[in-house]
Design a protein around this ligand. Structure first.
Ligand SMILES: Nc1nc2c(c(=O)[nH]1)N[C@H]1C(S)=C(S)[C@@H](COP(=O)(O)O)O[C@H]1N2
Ligand SMILES: [Mo]
Length: 412
C-alpha cells in the first residue's frame, strides 16, 4: 500500500481561486486547419493517418481520434520521457459531447445521497479540508489498443496511447462516505459527473463500485494530478481514481455520489463494459453463449519506448532497450526481454518503484550481432504471478488487450 496522508496545509484560498480561473476556458471544437502535419503510425485496419491536434485547451500535441465527444490519444514517444505522463499530453476520453466548458470552483458542489444517514452537499473547500492522500496510478481505457484487434471490432480505434500514469492527490472516498454515514444494507456506490447525454433518452454516464471496494481506503476522489489541478478534459474539479481498475470507473467531473441498497442495473453497468468471464477475457470471433461480467482489474502490460517499430540499430553493438511496464491490479515483479522472437528471455533492470499501481521503468542491453530483421519483445509478470499472453486477446468489445508486444528492428 502506498497511500500516504499529508499534514501540509490545505491549498490556500488563492490557489482555489486560481483553480476556478484556469477552469474557465472554453471547449471549442478544434478546427481541422489547426491540426499539424505530423501523423501517428497506421493501424492494421486503417486509418493510415491519424492527425495530431494542438487545438484543445490545456493540451499539447495529441492524436485526434474523434472531435465530439473529444477522444485524444497520447503520442507514444511521450512514454519514453518519464514514468509520469504530463497533464498536457494525458489522453482524453468522454462518452457524451455535452461537457461543461467551464466549472465554477466557488459554486461547485459534490452531493452524497441515497442510502445514507445524512445527505451532503460538499463545496470544494469542504473536500480539500478532508485528510489528503496521494497515490501514483495508471489510468488506462478498457479499449486501449483496440485498433490492433484482428478481426477488427467497433469502438474507439485506439493505438497504445489510451493510457497514462499520474500522481493523484485527493481524499479517500471512504472518508466522504463516512461523513454521510452509509446505512446498513447498502450494497453499491454509484458515481455521476457533470457531463450529459446529447439526447434526452441517452443513458447518463454512471459507474458503480461495490460498497466494500468504495470504502477500501484506496479509491479516492482526486483534485490534482501530477501536482496541478485536473485539466478540464481530465475531469476538473474532481474525479474518481480507482487504482488498478480500468478507467471506465474513474468518473470525471464527479458531482454526485449515490449509495444504493440494491445492485445497479443501469446501462453502463449492466449492458456496457462487460467482458467474457473467461481466462484473459478471451473468446473466439463469432462465439456466443458465454457468461459476461463487468470489466474490473487491469492485467500486466509492458512496452519498449525508445525504439519505434522498424528502427535501425547497429550490428554487434550492445543496444539499449528501455520502456515502461505495469502490473495492472497489482505491482510489477519482473520484466523480461527477448531478442529472438520469444525463444529466449533475459531479465531487465527495473527503475524506481513509485507504488504498485504506477508505471515502472525498465531497461536492458541486448546484443544483436547479425545484420537483418530481428524482433524484440518485452514481457511483464506481475506480483500475483500473472504474465502477459503470447497470443493476442480477442473479444467483441476490444477490451483488455495485453499481448506481449513485438517491435521489429533492422540490424545493419
Ligand atoms: N464523467 C465521465 N467520466 C468518465 C468518462 C465519461 O464519459 N464521463 N469516461 C470514462 C472512460 S471510459 C475513460 S477511458 C476515462 C478517461 O479518462 P481521461 O479522459 O482522464 O484520460 O474517463 C472515464 N470517466
Ligand atoms: Mo474508456
Amino acid at each position: 500500500m502506498t497511500l500516504r496522508s499529508f499534514s501540509s496545509p490545505a491549498p490556500s484560498r488563492r490557489q482555489v481561486l486560481r483553480m476556478a480561473g484556469l477552469a474557465g476556458i472554453g471547449l471549442s471544437a478544434p478546427a481541422w486547419a489547426d491540426t499539424t502535419t505530423q501523423f501517428s503510425p497506421p493501424l492494421p485496419g486503417g486509418p493510415n493517418e491519424r492527425p495530431l491536434t494542438t487545438s484543445y485547451p490545456t493540451k499539447g500535441a495529441m492524436i485526434l481520434q474523434r472531435t465530439r465527444p473529444p477522444l485524444l490519444e497520447t503520442p507514444f514517444e511521450v512514454f519514453d520521457q518519464g514514468v509520469f505522463t504530463p497533464n498536457d499530453r494525458f489522453f482524453v476520453r468522454w462518452h457524451w459531447a455535452v461537457i461543461p466548458g467551464s466549472v465554477d470552483a466557488a459554486s461547485f458542489r459534490l452531493k452524497v445521497h441515497g442510502h445514507v444517514n445524512q445527505v451532503l452537499n460538499l463545496s470544494l473547500q469542504d473536500v480539500l479540508a478532508l485528510p489528503r492522500v496521494e497515490l501514483a496510478a495508471v489510468n488506462q481505457c478498457s479499449g486501449n489498443s483496440r485498433g490492433y484487434f484482428q478481426p477488427r471490432v467497433p469502438g474507439g480505434e485506439w493505438g497504445n496511447g489510451a493510457m497514462g500514469n499520474a500522481r493523484w492527490t485527493g481524499v479517500r472516498l471512504r472518508d466522504v462516505l463516512d461523513r454521510a454515514g452509509v446505512k446498513a444494507g447498502a450494497v453499491q456506490v454509484r458515481c455521476n459527473g457533470l457531463d450529459e447525454p446529447v439526447v434526452p433518452e441517452g443513458p447518463d454516464f454512471l459507474k458503480t463500485l461495490d460498497v466494500d471496494h468504495a470504502r477500501d481506503g484506496e479509491v479516492m476522489i482526486a483534485y490534482a494530478m501530477n501536482g496541478e489541478q485536473l485539466p478540464l478534459l481530465n475531469g476538473f474539479p474532481l474525479r474518481l481514481v480507482v487504482p488498478g481498475w480500468y478507467s471506465t470507473y474513474w468518473v470525471k467531473m464527479l458531482n454526485d455520489i449515490e449509495v444504493l441498497d440494491k445492485p445497479d442495473d443501469q446501462f453502463w453497468m449492466a449492458k456496457a463494459y462487460l467482458i467474457p468471464d473467461t481466462p484473459g477475457a478471451n473468446v473466439k470471433p463469432g462465439e456466443t453463449g458465454y457468461k459476461q461480467v463487468p470489466i474490473n482489474r487491469m492485467v500486466p502490460r509492458s512496452f519498449i519506448t525508445n525504439l519505434r517499430p522498424g528502427a535501425t540499430v547497429h550490428a554487434g553493438a550492445q543496444t539499449l532497450v528501455r520502456g515502461i511496464a505495469f502490473g495492472g491490479g497489482t505491482g510489477v515483479r519482473q520484466v523480461d526481454v527477448s531478442a529472438d522472437g520469444g525463444k529466449t528471455w533475459a531479465p531487465t533492470q527495473l527503475g524506481a518503484d513509485e507504488g504498485k499501481y504506477s508505471f515502472r521503468r525498465w531497461q536492458a542491453t541486448v546484443a544483436l550481432p547479425n545484420a537483418g530483421q530481428h524482433v524484440l519483445m518485452v514481457r511483464c509478470t506481475n506480483t500475483d504471478g500473472l504474465v502477459q499472453p503470447s497470443v493476442p486477446v480477442w473479444n467483441p468489445s476490444g477490451f483488455m488487450q495485453n499481448v506481449i508486444e513485438s517491435t521489429p528492428v533492422v540490424v545493419s
